[in-house]
Ligand binder design. Structure first.
Ligand code: SAH
Ligand code: AVI
Length: 309
């Protein structure tokens, strides 16, 4: 599983301070993420869903998978589009999910079991950045990494992750990856700085996770949510910035945090892609990008990767 004591010590003890984004997703964080997906400014989820609705049947006809296996499944609500397409073709046998959020994993498993009573279900409560095995290797699988979660890895980590997936794939498997695409910075910035403040609550929630898990006394009111777009790196960077000098303790790891006013903690990278940078990423991991579907405005893309033939 994820190791918050180690990551907090390594990431928070000294500047440049950072925390991996997987710690956002306790029950409250997962619920806040779902709220983000419904915001008018956060076009990613609804655009990816629309692409899935358009291509699902064709994709399933092309791959004839008998199992879906999803990394970072969250509520798995878009996943149902693919499960329905498999069901309609008489192919649907099994669904597996790898999730670090127990709350999300349990809620999605319950909902899927109710909707597809004959479905074989396997939930893997694990950090997908660590070595793991994937269920249902005995049949053709469609492996999923939706939502542009690939964008939350640093570049090198993304390659490492995709290489690990490649090593788990068989020639019968397809790997569908959601990519958020480069666009006008103003639209990106408003997707990560919503006026309702949901993204701010999502970002600040990680302080509550630190307090609960590491017996901390950080005060969310001492920090503000900041999201900026780095055009050169083509990524949104999310920070928690100290509004005033902060002195706090994480007692479980015996760490005292002293931040000057304006000092920041990097909490998330969210990379945006071009068709070329997505293709290069996939190729860099030794996979072939065999299909690329976007919406009419090219806001978001689904890329299908397979083992080289
Ligand atoms: N796929 C869904 C959810 C995306 S949110 C969608 O497209 O809407 C990202 C999800 O990945 C969260 O549910 C989070 O708990 C999970 N996640 C993030 N980092 C993870 C990690 N290292 N290991 C396992 N799951 C992770
Ligand atoms: C899960 N991930 C792809 C989201 C993103 O857009 O990078 C997480 C998120 N962060 C802020 N808003 C949503």
């Amino acid at each position: 599983m994820a190791c918050l004591p180690r990551d907090a010590r390594a990431g928070l003890a000294a500047p440049p301070r950072r925390l991996p984004p997987k710690y956002f997703y306790d029950a409250r964080g997962s619920a806040l993420f779902e709220e983000i997906t419904r915001l008018p400014e956060y076009y990613l989820t609804r655009t990816e869903r629309a692409i899935l609705e358009r291509v699902a049947d064709d994709l399933i006809a092309e791959l004839t998978p008998r199992a879906l296996v999803e990394y970072g499944s969250g509520s798995a609500s878009k996943t149902r589009v693919l499960l329905d397409a498999m069901h309609a073709r008489g192919l649907l046998e099994a669904y597996g999910a790898v999730e670090v959020s127990e709350a999300a994993l349990l809620a999605s498993a319950r909902a899927l079991a109710a909707r597809y009573p004959a479905l074989e279900l396997e939930g893997v409560l694990a950090d997908f950045e660590r070595p793991l095995t994937l269920p249902f290797a005995d049949r053709p699988r469609l492996i999923l990494l939706l939502g542009s979660t690939v964008g939350n890895f640093a570049r090198e980590e993304a390659i490492d992750f995709l290489e690990r997936v490649r090593d788990l794939m068989t020639p019968a498997d397809g790997f569908l990856i959601g990519f958020d695409l480069v666009k006008e910075p103003a639209r990106l910035l408003s997707a990560y700085n919503d006026p309702a403040g949901v993204t701010a609550r999502f970002n600040l929630n990680v302080l509550r996770v630190l307090n609960r898990e590491l017996r901390g006394d950080l005060r969310p009111a001492d920090f503000e949510h900041v999201a900026v777009y780095d055009e050169e790196a083509a990524r949104i960077e999310m920070y928690l910035t100290a509004k005033r000098p902060v002195v706090a303790r994480l007692r479980s790891i015996d760490l005292e945090l002293r931040l000057d006013e304006g000092e920041r903690i990097l909490t998330e990278l969210s990379h945006k892609y071009t068709p070329e940078s997505a293709r290069a990423l996939v190729a860099g991991a030794g996979l072939d990008l065999v299909r690329w579907d976007t919406d009419a405005d090219a806001d978001f893309a689904l890329g299908l990767a397979r083992l080289p033939s």
